[in-house]
Design a protein around this ligand. Structure first.
Ligand code: PLP
Length: 364
């Protein structure tokens, strides 16, 4: 497999930013991965190359019809120098499910994982090691055929770029305020809500702006048909502790199937805490809030891992949750999952993929 990936190392390395400067998605490493697709030859020319601009025809289909998909995952480096990836195969499986929905050709998941490993090895010095930091990885595919007809592109580029990111919770894990959206919707069943594709995010920006103007940091989406059932938050899935039972919306076709969501469900089940994946209405939440059974709420996603929710704003009403403080379960889930990811806690699920020395040796 290695032989099919060409590696061209940069001889013009960038200066690495200070850890305090990292933020999220501001800096990019020295290399990137690119592979091309043409309908006549399939995926070809897999290569790790110096990070560089790409040239596209102005008629490239991605610009006009949004035929594109992406993924997001993280790599960590521990004190012993080991490089750890969290469930990377899940991301490439999901990328292929998104591909399927967007009529983008299937990608060899093993090759994609090998490409990622080769890229990380080329840029291993870029993985920050300070508490809470990581290397954020963005695989994505764009339609590149220069043709304005509305039909699946005959050409694509699969790329992976990487960005060292700072601690999401520089001042410690803290709850966010969430605006429950009543006017706009994110997705409907049968649409592309369960694919990680650009249009979903473009369509959500307006609501996000409105939410920000009212002092909320994110939008909680309701379903597009009844405008009643909880879907997800921004780029996070959402969980509620209702009197000791953890409830999260079932994957109904319009919600993104989060890998953090799946991992949190795994942990909650492992701890024998009651969990339900089901339809959950905003009315049920408001009712639970008023009778004191809405104990905790949190979002889950790769970037923040766990984001406790301290307040919901619904039709001008502010519903405070757990006095606006981080709940017990949110804190325990955050510590456990980040502990597994960084190797501080044993991984009973076999989630971590550790880049071994043989991977390094294969590079030579
Ligand atoms: C990526 C994403 C999530 C979270 O998925 P993870 O795999 O946990 O990072 C949730 N919702 C949306 C809309 C997303 O794009």
């Amino acid at each position: 497999m290695n032989t099919s990936i060409r590696v061209e190392l940069s001889n013009n390395k960038k200066t690495k930013p200070a850890v305090s400067e990292l933020g999220f998605g501001k800096y990019y490493t020295d290399h990137m991965f690119i592979m091309d697709y043409d309908a006549s030859i399939g995926w070809h020319d897999a290569r790790v190359v110096p990070y560089q601009p790409i040239t596209l025809d102005p008629a490239a289909k991605v610009f006009h019809y949004g035929q594109t998909v992406f993924e997001g995952l993280k790599a960590y480096k521990t004190a012993d120098g080991k490089i750890r990836l969290f469930r990377p195969s899940k991301n490439f499986e999901r990328l292929n499910r998104s591909n399927e929905r967007l009529s983008i050709p299937h990608l060899d998941e093993e090759l994609a994982l090998e490409a990622l490993k080769q890229l990380i090895l080329a840029d291993q010095d870029w993985i920050p090691t300070a508490e809470g930091t990581s290397l954020y990885i963005r695989p994505y595919i764009i339609a590149t055929e220069a043709a304005l007809g509305v039909s699946p592109s005959k050409q694509y580029k699969f790329m992976i770029i990487m960005s060292p990111v700072g601690s999401y919770y520089a001042e410690g894990i803290h709850p966010v305020k969430i605006f429950v959206e009543s006017e706009y919707v994110r997705a409907v069943k049968g649409g592309v809500g369960n694919a990680k594709t650009a249009g979903n995010y473009a369509a959500g920006l307006k609501a996000q702006e409105n939410a920000a103007a009212q002092g909320s940091s994110q939008v909680l989406w309701l379903d597009g048909v009844h405008r009643k059932f909880i879907e997800e938050v921004g780029s996070m899935n959402v969980f509620f502790n209702l009197n000791g039972t953890i409830v999260t919306p079932a994957l109904n076709g319009s919600i993104l199937d989060g890998i953090t969501r799946d991992s949190i469900i795994g942990l909650i089940k492992h701890w024998n805490i009651p969990l339900e994946e089901r339809a959950l209405s905003i009315d049920e939440l408001v009712e639970a809030h008023s009778n004191g059974t809405l104990i905790e709420a949190f979002g889950t996603g790769t970037a923040a891992v766990i984001s406790p929710i301290g307040e919901l704003m619904w039709l001008g009403r502010k519903l405070s949750i757990n006095n606006g403080e981080t709940g017990e379960l949110s804190a325990k889930l955050y510590d456990t999952l980040t502990g597994i990811q960084t190797g501080k806690i044993e991984d009973p699920f076999g989630w971590m993929v550790i880049l071994e020395n043989e991977d390094v040796a294969n590079r030579a």
